[in-house]
Design a protein around this ligand. Structure first.
Ligand code: GCU
Length: 568
């Protein structure tokens, strides 16, 4: 046999050989030249986790693709074939962890009964190189242990956690660790006892450390007694704690300071905590981006975040380099995506939502890949290698995120979705029990203009960014227009780069967004003869709905904001 007659896939572990084999299959499926392969690949981020916001009753918080994949009632005895399919799909894109339950956690998931069920899932996932993680309720010692406190400074509480963690590792020797939402949106936490995030995180980290387990402590906190601008709260709580966390703790930070909006600037915690590794949390499930009804490819959004320069250590201090640990020399690194999978036969509700699951895995493995390259792979493997199909779908996918921003929240607007379910427009909403749960809190439209003044003359959120970003954001004339209304309250007649006034530009953006959805619908129609009828029809129906919704967004928002503009 000459060297040219064989293909060798090799790696430093069995799991890595599996990953390499999937990569080879991808080359075949995407019709790449395999005559002279010489590929070396290693993940840029060590822990690449899907976070399932699944409840034990089978419902999914912010899930839009049916019920939970985990059938807790049947586990551990019955192993659904889909658990294997799920693990194989994850492994094929490099995902190596899965956190099974909702961040708003039910303490019951830590009972022996449920740990045995979790262990059965871990057994299925192990051969695919996927470790299991759990979200925990900080009050578990009270709820399950009969204790009257979960004060992290109480030695009995630490002992309870140690015992619980010992039990978990007896059942699941490669258990990954915990994800914790504490003192956030009503969840219990150390602050209930006058202790702080580091106290809470560290007792759990100490229990996990002997086993190599990792603790993901979420920074999604926005106690407005800390600061009246919600966007500033996390930094104010967490930056003073830098250096106080154990080495197996990662502070898990959403990509952006408010909440997975169609577009926000990157979270200023990136670049502000130097001694603490930060895990990047992305949301695959499109809670605020049309859920499983709208075709919105998120590859570009995540690239924008990962490529953002924080300037924390001068130019080149990108979010990606903070997350992968290289900027501050951390050996532990993690990216975690809120999953969009469910019991629907097509996994994600919308056939195109699968692309976001795929893109998450591929970017987690190598954030250097472009959104376009990832879309190219996915289209070839999911739809067709036919160039006409490829070109049309690529155009649709690559323009879809910007279109969604335009028809929902252009120019830095944010949080204008309907209360609770976050689907559809409601810019005038002002009836929530706290100010920052109202939409008017975010856009602040009045006769003078629109937008949240976070400049140095306003809430001064700009000060949480490093120079020169801070100054760029601070000045209405240098602030990127994509974040204009995020950082500034802008007069209606302010002129933008296009020469249009703000009010004209706003209307223009809504029109552009809708026009792109029309284009997507037309491109999709042109592919009818080239795609299988069932999936084609399914996506067609979704696109019609998306178009209708986009028009509604324009109608509602222009009518609502027009009232202020006209009264000026
Ligand atoms: C959003 C979302 C909640 C979720 C929360 C979180 O606010 O709407 O459902 O619990 O984020 O990330 O904790």
């Amino acid at each position: 046999m000459t060297p040219n007659n064989y293909i060798l896939v090799t790696a430093n572990s069995a799991t890595a050989v599996l990953t390499g084999t999937f990569h080879f299959l991808r080359l075949l499926q995407t019709h790449q030249d395999i005559s002279a392969l010489d590929i070396t690949s290693r993940p840029r981020i060590r822990h690449r986790i899907l976070a399932h916001w699944d409840n034990l009753d089978g419902s999914i918080e912010r899930g839009y693709a049916g019920r939970s994949l985990w059938n807790w009632d049947e586990l551990p005895n019955k192993i659904d074939a889909r658990y294997h399919d799920y693990a194989r799909a994850c492994a094929s894109i490099g995902i190596n962890g899965t956190c099974l339950n909702n961040v708003n956690a039910n303490a019951k998931s830590l009972t022996t009964e449920y740990l045995e069920k979790t262990a059965a899932l871990a057994d299925v996932f192990r051969p695919y190189g996927i470790r299991v993680y759990l979200s925990l309720a900080f009050s578990a010692p009270i709820r399950l242990g009969g204790s009257d406190t979960s004060d992290p400074r109480d030695p009995a509480v630490a002992a309870w956690w140690k015992q619980k963690v010992d039990e978990i590792y007896r059942l699941i020797p490669d258990f990954g660790g915990f994800q914790v939402k504490a003192n956030s949106e009503g969840q219990p936490g150390p602050q209930d006892y006058g202790a702080n995030h580091d106290d809470g995180a560290n007792i759990l980290a100490d229990a996990l450390a002997p086993y190599g387990g990792m603790l993901l402590w979420r920074a999604f906190v926005y106690d407005t007694s800390v600061d009246a601008d919600r966007a500033k709260c996390a930094n104010k709580e967490f930056v003073p704690l830098d250096g106080k966390f154990r080495s197996n703790v990662l502070v898990q930070t959403k990509n952006s300071p408010i909440d997975f909006q169609p577009r926000e600037p990157f979270h200023p915690l990136f670049g502000a905590m130097k001694q603490t590794p930060l895990a990047l949390e992305l949301q695959i499930t499109q809670e605020y981006l049309g859920q499983s009804k709208h075709l919105v490819y998120l590859g570009g959004m995540w690239k924008e975040i990962l490529d953002s320069d924080t300037y924390a250590k001068g130019p080149g201090s990108t979010v990606a380099r903070i997350v992968d640990g290289s900027l501050y020399d951390h050996s532990i690194s993690c990216i975690i995506g809120v999953a969009n999978t469910g019991s629907d036969r097509n996994w994600c509700g919308h056939h195109f939502s699968q692309a976001n699951w795929y893109a998450f895995g591929r970017l987690a493995w190598d954030y250097g890949l472009s959104a376009e390259a990832i879309a190219d792979e996915w289209i070839r493997m999911t739809w067709s290698n036919d160039p006409r199909v490829l070109d049309a779908i690529k155009t649709m996918m690559l323009g879809s995120w910007e279109a969604c921003i335009n028809y929902m929240t252009p120019l830095g607007l944010h949080h204008m979705m309907r209360e609770h379910h976050h689907y559809g427009p409601d810019p005038g909403f002002n009836a929530a029990p706290r100010p920052d749960w109202n939409n008017v809190y975010y856009h602040r439209a009045d006769a003078k203009g629109i937008g949240f003044d976070r400049s140095s003359a306003g809430s001064n959120a700009v000060s949480q960014y490093h120079s020169p970003l801070r100054e760029q954001f601070d000045d209405i004339n240098t602030c990127s227009e994509k974040f204009l209304l995020w950082f500034h309250h802008v007069p209606w007649d302010h002129r933008l780069q296009s020469g249009r006034t703000l009010w004209e530009e706003l209307r223009h953006r809504y029109d552009v967004g809708i026009a792109f959805v029309e284009q997507m619908r037309n491109l999709w129609q042109s592919l009818q003869a080239r795609l299988d009828p069932e999936r084609h029809a399914h996506v067609s129906r979704r696109l019609e709905q998306q178009l209708e919704n986009a028009r509604l967004w324009r109608e509602v928002c222009i009518k609502y904001f027009g009232r202020f503009e006209l009264s000026k």
